[in-house]
Design a protein around this ligand. Structure first.
Ligand SMILES: NC(=O)c1ccc[n+]([C@@H]2O[C@H](COP(=O)([O-])OP(=O)(O)OC[C@H]3O[C@@H](n4cnc5c(N)ncnc54)[C@H](O)[C@@H]3O)[C@@H](O)[C@H]2O)c1
Length: 259
């Protein structure tokens, strides 16, 4: 098992990609702190983890709140010891061109996507410094480098998360803490299903999402989780400050007029 003996805190782990990462980490031997807004949803994921023979702890918390974050990290440490891996996955995505979003949308998006990442990192770094090792992985997105319509505020946070991983790597590399980011393309997830269900022609739109990726389809949650396992494990011991694209070639796609 590739994460045997590690203790991981995963935010936004009650559903979607975060849930997939939490389940996969547990399968690879990590004890996993499942952090999300709703503790009951976290418990359901921990039940899945324990049913499969793994170890987990449900930690209901709003990651925008410093006291809640500190309490969640402290509870995970009490249960399983020093936190070695942090996955900053929780995010919200207000839709709309900039003028169509509200200042409240902006504050909430920066609050979860950036302040939440900041607070969770701040809560685990002292322990990682004391242990002389750790891996922190921020969830960015293809929107951090590519301009997609109606996602200005969200895209700004995702670009910032790559910048944060780079800057943090410079500060912490010599103390054994690695910081990286992962930038997925469109992933077959509840977020995508909810979005499609609200459109007039979900099937046609789904085909467009598939075709948009050079590989010819959207990604699967496991295909994202695979990269997180690598970055969380000691297999990536010389990797820090990187942003890994997991997007079927979307971010490097060129266009050329054709006959
Ligand atoms: N789904 C995709 O196609 C896609 C593509 C690229 C990047 N991503 C990124 O992957 C991550 C997960 O995406 P997803 O599709 O699973 O999203 P999702 O909306 O299904 O899950 C996000 C989770 O974060 C939690 N959350 C939100 N605010 C929180 C807060 N204040 N405190 C604690 N938890 C909070 C939610 O309750 C939810 O369980 C996000 O960072 C997203 O930006 C997703």
């Amino acid at each position: 098992m590739r994460l045997q003996g590690k203790v991981a805190l995963v935010t936004g782990a009650a559903r979607g990609i975060g849930r997939g990462i939490a389940l996969r980490f547990a399968k690879e031997g990590a004890a996993v702190g499942v952090v999300d807004l709703d503790e009951a949803q976290c418990l359901a994921v921990v039940d899945e983890i324990t049913a499969a023979g793994g170890a987990g702890l449900a930690l209901g918390a709003d990651i925008r709140d410093e006291a809640q974050v500190e309490r969640a990290a402290a509870r995970l440490r009490e249960h399983f010891g020093t936190i070695n891996v942090l996955v900053n996955n929780a995010a919200v995505m207000p839709a709309g061109a900039l003028h169509e979003t509200s200042p409240e949308d902006f504050d909430r998006c920066l609050g979860v996507n950036l302040r939440g990442t900041y607070l969770c990192s701040r809560a685990v770094i002292p322990g990682m410094l004391a242990a002389g090792q750790g891996s922190i992985i921020h969830m960015s997105s293809v929107t951090g480098t590519l301009g997609l319509p109606g996602l200005a505020v969200y895209s700004a946070t995702k670009a910032a998360l790559s910048g944060l991983a780079r800057a943090m790597s410079t500060d912490y590399a010599r103390f054994g803490i690695r910081t990286n980011a992962v930038a997925p393309g469109t992933i077959d997830s509840p977020m995508l299903h909810d979005f499609l269900a609200a459109q007039s022609n979900p099937e046609a739109l789904r085909r467009q999402f598939d075709a948009m990726h050079p590989i010819g389809r959207v990604g699967q949650i496991d295909e994202v989780a695979n990269v997180f396992v690598f970055l969380a494990s000691d297999e990536s011991s010389f990797v820090t400050g990187a942003t890994y694209s997991v997007d079927g070639g979307l971010s490097v796609k060129g266009e050329q007029p054709q006959d």
